[in-house]
Write a protein that binds this ligand. Structure first.
Ligand code: AMP
Ligand code: MN
Ligand code: MN
Length: 315
């Protein structure tokens, strides 16, 4: 980022009293951790901060400050920041009536640079890792709660340091956050190990339908699965990460049926392949190794279209 921009961002933060921080629908740990990490640091300076996730933060009750996250903003604000989100639509309803964000902080390759200032660093493992770098230069400090939120984003987006973009720099940041008191074991347990009984039965439904063809592995989860099992959590309960653990998989795909004839698709690619382009082409986005998109249509028709297009990528 240009130093001049960084100075302007710092000035804007200093001059603003009322902040609105938002991230993407269906929040993951990086979305929640970024909203909270930045939000708590601003609160420590005595600023008024609204932290907004359109779908709420029910999965993130273990994160400090998460009880302060709301689903929609209220009243006037001086500065709008969107974190971990590649385009304005993916914020959900939270931005409506609020105009262009002042600042976008993100690491998605497919980011459309929709802020007045855009700190977009696709080489970073998580948006919280970008915040870790820039917050001190913006006059924002860390404490135990903030460190926990920032480390949470790193652990989540690297699936526990498993993605190929993890390097020694990421480990140094992790160590620095642990030195601030963040408990890696607890974060790891909450985010990646502990599952509800229902989510494992939901995985079972998906795993029972696992298919494979030429390096492509896929399955689907239906609304009927959710209902029969009583699963109420996030879309695929992270089953796609299990699919990509099948030996010999180049790309793993999961189709999650949604109400009103919609389908959520997730791609995971082995190192060297890039699934962000195909997701972007279908109106979604993401990273080389992990991307997603939302479709309208029946589960079967979307499966056909997406499997065919993804197979082309492998040819
Ligand atoms: P997911 O498959 O939902 O776990 O998402 C994988 C990556 O793609 C994450 O970085 C998401 O932020 C991104 N992503 C997923 N769905 C979309 C979408 N509809 N539009 C833009 N980015 C998305
Ligand atoms: Mn995210
Ligand atoms: Mn992220």
């Amino acid at each position: 980022m240009k130093t001049k921009d960084n100075l302007k961002i710092t000035t804007k933060i200093k001059a603003s009293e009322r902040f609105l921080i938002l991230s993407h629908v269906r929040p993951d740990a990086d979305a929640a951790g970024s909203v909270l990490g930045l939000g708590l640091a601003l609160k420590n300076l005595g600023k008024q901060v609204q932290m907004v996730l359109s779908d709420g933060a029910a999965n993130f009750s273990y994160l400090p400050g998460s009880e302060g996250i709301t689903r929609s903003p209220e009243g006037d604000v001086d500065m709008i920041v969107v974190v971990d989100c590649s385009d304005p639509h993916r914020v959900g309803e939270g931005l409506s009536g609020y105009g262009q964000p002042d600042l976008v902080v993100d690491h998605h390759k497919t980011n459309v640079q929709f802020g007045k200032f855009n700190v977009v660093e696709p080489d970073q493992v998580a948006t919280t890792a970008i915040l870790f770098d820039h917050m001190p230069t913006w006059g924002l400090g860390f404490d135990l709660g903030i460190a926990t939120c920032l480390l949470s984003g790193i652990v989540g987006d690297t699936i526990g340091f498993r993605t190929p973009n993890v390097n020694s720099e990421v480990m140094r940041k992790t160590a620095a956050l642990m030195d601030l008191g963040a408990n890696l074991t607890d974060i790891y347990q909450e985010e990646l190990v502990l599952k509800t009984f229902e989510s494992l039965r939901y995985w079972g439904a998906g795993l029972g339908r696992l298919e494979r063809k030429n390096g492509l592995v896929w399955t689907s989860l239906t609304l009927a699965d959710r209902q029969e099992i009583g699963y109420a959590g996030n879309d695929d309960a992270d089953l796609v990460n299990v699919l990509s653990s099948v030996k010999g998989t180049a790309i793993a795909l999961i189709f999650v049926e949604q109400p009103q004839d919609k389908v959520k698709v997730s791609w995971r690619a082995k190192p060297g392949l890039d699934v962000s382009e195909i997701a972007f082409k279908f109106g979604g986005g993401g990273h080389a190794a992990a991307a997603g998109a939302d479709f309208e249509g029946s589960l079967e028709s979307i499966k056909q279209i997406v499997i065919q297009a993804t197979q082309k990528l492998l040819e």
